[in-house]
Design a protein. Structure first.
Length: 746
């Protein structure tokens, strides 16, 4: 607190002091940094927060480093290597479909969990890949060579595409390496990633869903949390330790690095580092764009999903069979529905629009002092504002198309499968294509209730006809009187009751008998074809006509911000590439008068237990272990830690990311964020943005005590860095010669 007598001084000095401190203090916790630039940008900041490693320990091209243990898991999640035998740790929700694919009613691994007793029991997955990053380089010069400010967007795109092609052709890489070049800072910078992808990734272990998904939708995006959201895989390689498709001769990968597991636990204030592959953020939008998301786009999305979810929920409550069929679909739709609601609340609560307006005011003020830049960028924000206004209704319609026809109304999924099938099928390939199509249709219909979908259709079509301008309607709707009175029951009769897509047996028969003309005559098929057509020919060209110049303005605005406010540290938006976030273990204040502590324990899991409930049931064995307080070396003052909170900047894609301590050991597993802070994708705010992690001790306790997976526990290297036990880098052990060089590990 500021003592009273300094009041006047405070008035004079505080703003000055603040303007010095702001760029720096505001950043602790904020940012998703490129690992190869940490030495330049973050090392000092991280060490000030308590990190004992050097930037070289985090990312190095010359020697093993943490980066060699970080693995992109099937392109969408993150995972990490935690043993010298390629054992891979990720979330349960990231491994979910792999676990599901091996589950049957007899062997229900989703429900009961799965633990491979020996290596030969580990289960092969044909469509699962694990990608390492070998090296990262800035290739902006090469990719932007010959690109000028005078070029049109199209010319610029063409030149860049040409340069990328030439670069890739000339770049010397090994046979098993791949090259990825991605735009950063809205296309002002280009970065190269050389990747190595392994294709033999086997399922090793998973807890029952009652542990891995404990709390399901009710707890999703919420704190306090009590989930054991983890699963285990293993990467296999050929005899040269290189990527190879599945073969019984493949051997467990010998990784360049694996993460030791710290059993020392976490306390408030401890340094944390999250290493992973965040998917997408938009931190440099102007105020009016954020306002548009907050007041127009998010509400539209939320309203659409509100309708769909209400109908599903009612049906699921009334019938346990439907509950089973719709659980996973419901979870998927509810996930982002809930996120957007939290995002809006958080944006408002942290005055995100006003905050961006302040940055813009500062930008304009600084601009005025630099006539040359003022000439170049002076009108930029006004022009962007105009474009955002122009694009608004089209952006909303786009949400309608995506949400209704490609997501929430289910009957268009089989219609789409048939559309693709009929587009590809010819005399020769008809049979095999038909059999593939039927297989995917069968998977779809297994969890389909036409009655539920029919209600969703009616409800959402009412929204569509009420809110979308007829100029963008599919022709089939226009041509068939549906505009007169918008009778959704009449539509449902035609598109459900009279459609073959509501009668799979009939559909299969038509496929078998090659009666493709009859399929093409189906009203739902015809409607869907026209939906695609309306999307492609009516909506998209108009939308892109505004979006393309807007993107180019956004790129200029980004460059301008960096040029005009050089004292600020900028980090690039997430784009699915490898990043480092860092912060501390800490709780937060979700609302006035409420303080959240940063750690939860097994007693909290038990307190939420509802026998037989589909979200909060628990396996008997967990209850027994709790009764016996059998926590072994994983306990903390007689309690078993479960989840914890931190101020690390994360987003979708960071799930499964290892949480690393000050010394380079794994202490947790990232899996979610708190509800109030989901607006971190647009406006990170240290006060309420928190990521949620599983305590690594809970993970290992379940492997060890719950599952008895001793052989896996034995692979892991355990350390006690806080107690002073030296956790040496595994690469030092493998290269004893190098040991003389005496790296300081902390
Ligand atoms: N909210 C987390 C994420 O965005 C977890 C989602 C999985 N869990 C669920 N109940 N849907 O991915
Ligand atoms: N749950 C998210 C994921 O699956 C992480 C997040 O959005 O915080 O990647």
């Amino acid at each position: 607190m500021f003592p009273q007598k300094y009041n006047i001084m405070r008035k004079i000095f505080f703003p000055v002091l603040l303007s010095f401190l702001l760029p720096f203090t505001a950043l602790a916790g904020e940012g998703m940094w490129l690992p190869f630039l940490i030495g330049q940008l973050n090392e000092a900041d991280m060490q000030a927060l308590g990190m004992k490693m050097s930037a070289e320990d985090i990312y190095s091209v010359n020697k093993g480093s943490l980066k060699d243990a970080i693995v992109h898991f099937n392109g969408g999640c993150t995972s990490s290597i935690i043993s010298p035998q390629g054992l891979l740790l990720t979330n349960h929700h990231c491994g979910f479909s792999a676990i599901q694919s091996h589950s049957t009613l007899q062997n229900n691994y989703l429900q009961d969990g799965f633990w491979a007793k020996k290596q030969s029991d580990e289960l092969r997955n044909d469509h699962l890949v694990a990608t390492f990053i070998d090296r990262i380089e800035d290739v902006t010069q090469e990719i932007l060579a010959g690109v000028t400010d005078k070029m049109t967007t199209k010319q610029r795109q063409n030149k860049i595409a040409q340069n990328i092609k030439a670069f890739k052709k000339a770049y010397a890489k090994k046979k098993y390496e791949e090259i990825l070049i991605k735009p950063f800072f809205k296309g002002n910078q280009y970065i190269l990633f050389v990747t190595i992808t392994y294709t033999d990734v086997r399922l090793v272990g998973a807890p029952p869903s009652a542990i891995g998904k404990f709390g399901a939708d009710t707890d999703n995006w919420e704190w306090p949390r009590h989930s054991g959201d983890f699963s285990l895989f293993r990467i296999y390689a050929n005899k040269d330790n290189l990527p190879a498709d599945y073969s019984p001769d493949n051997q467990p990968l010998r990784p360049k690095h694996y993460l030791p597991v710290s059993l020392d636990g976490v306390e408030t204030g401890d340094f944390t580092l999250v290493y992973g592959f965040p998917g997408r953020t938009d931190e440099y939008l102007p105020s009016f764009a954020v306002k548009q998301i907050q007041d127009v786009i998010d509400p539209a999305r939320i309203e659409i999903r509100d309708h769909a979810l209400k109908i599903m929920d009612k049906a699921m409550r009334a019938d346990p069979a439907i509950r089973l069929q719709y659980a996973s679909k419901y979870a998927r739709i509810a996930n982002y529905w809930k996120k957007w609601i939290g995002e809006r609340t958080g944006l408002k609560k942290t005055h995100a629009v006003a905050k961006k307006e302040k940055i813009e005011a500062e930008f304009i003020q600084k601009l005025a002092q630099k006539p040359q830049l003022a000439q170049k960028y002076g009108d930029l924000l006004d022009e962007m504002d105009g474009k955002y206004q122009e694009i608004e209704f089209l952006a909303v319609y786009r949400e309608y198309f995506h949400e209704l026809f490609f997501r929430n109304i289910e009957i268009f999924k089989p219609a789409n499968s048939l559309r693709r099938f009929l587009a590809k099928a010819n005399q020769e390939n008809y049979q095999p294509l038909a059999s593939d199509t039927k297989k995917s249709l069968e998977r779809f219909y297994k969890d389909y209730q036409v009655g539920v979908d029919r209600e969703v259709f009616k409800s959402l079509m009412q929204l569509f006809t009420d809110n979308v301008c007829t100029a963008y309607f599919p022709d089939y709707l226009l041509a068939n009187r549906y505009l007169e009175g918008y009778d959704t029951e009449q539509m449902a009769t035609e598109f459900y009751d009279k459609s073959i897509f509501a009668h799979p047996e009939k559909l299969y028969q038509l496929i078998d008998e090659k009666k493709t003309d009859e399929i093409k005559k189906d009203p739902t098929y015809r409607l869907f074809v026209d939906i695609i057509d309306a999307y492609r020919t009516k909506l998209t060209p108009e939308y892109n006509g505004i979006k393309a110049p807007l993107d180019s303005m956004q790129r200029q605005y980004m460059a301008a911000l960096m040029e005009v406010l050089p004292e600020k540290k900028f980090y690039p938006d997430a784009n699915g590439t490898m990043r480092v976030s860092y912060g501390q273990v800490e709780g937060y204040q979700p609302k006035d008068g409420v303080q959240y502590l940063p750690k939860t324990y097994l007693s909290g899991v038990i307190a939420k237990y509802v026998p037989g409930d589909y979200e909060f049931d628990l396996p008997q064995r967990l209850l027994d272990l709790y009764e016996a307080k059998d926590y072994g070396r994983y306990a903390e003052n007689g309690r078993l830690p479960v989840n914890f909170l931190g101020s690390n900047h994360t987003t979708g894609g960071n799930s499964g990311s290892p949480v690393i301590d000050a010394y380079g050991n794994i202490i947790g597993l990232n899996f979610d964020r708190v509800w109030e802070g989901t607006m971190s994708d647009l406006n990170y705010d240290r006060s309420i943005c928190r990521n949620i992690m599983v305590d690594i001790r809970y993970v290992i306790w379940i492997m060890d005590k719950y599952a008895g997976a001793q052989r896996l526990v034995d692979e892991i290297k355990f350390v006690h860095p806080k107690a002073g036990q030296k956790s040496r880098k595994p690469w030092d052990e493998k290269h004893p010669k190098k040991k003389k060089r005496r790296h300081r590990w902390w």
